[in-house]
Design a protein around this ligand. Structure first.
Ligand code: GSH
Length: 79
C-alpha cells in the first residue's frame, strides 16, 4: 500500500493520524513536489486529488480517494 498525499493537506493529516493510531506503516508518496508520484496518481487514480490510497491485493490495484473512506478502510483492516 502507498498513500499519495501532500504534506500540508488537512485531509492527508487526518489519514496520517489514523495510520499512527493503528500503528500502520504505509509508504508516503509526495504528489505535490515529486513529478513521478504525481504522474502515477493521475494515470492510476484518474485525477490529482489527495489523499489517495493505492491498495494492491492479489495482483489487483485499487485507488481509494476520500479521507473518510481511507480512515474507515484502515480501521477495518488493522483494528
Ligand atoms: N473530500 C476529500 C477532499 C480532499 C481535498 O480536497 N484535497 C485537496 C488537497 S487539500 C485536493 O487534492 N484538491 C484537488 C482537487 O480536488 O482536485 C477528502 O476528504 O479526501
Amino acid at each position: 500500500m502507498s498513500l499519495y498525499q501532500f504534506e500540508a493537506c488537512p485531509f492527508c493529516v487526518k489519514v496520517r493520524r489514523a495510520m499512527k493510531r493503528q500503528s500502520v506503516n504505509i509508504e508516503l508518496r509526495d504528489a505535490k513536489n515529486n513529478q513521478q508520484h504525481r504522474d502515477e496518481l493521475e494515470a492510476g487514480g484518474g485525477r490529482i486529488k489527495v489523499p489517495c490510497l493505492r491498495i494492491e491485493k492479489d495482483g489487483q490495484v485499487e485507488w481509494m480517494y476520500e479521507s473518510s473512506d481511507i480512515v474507515t478502510y484502515l480501521e477495518q483492516e488493522f483494528a
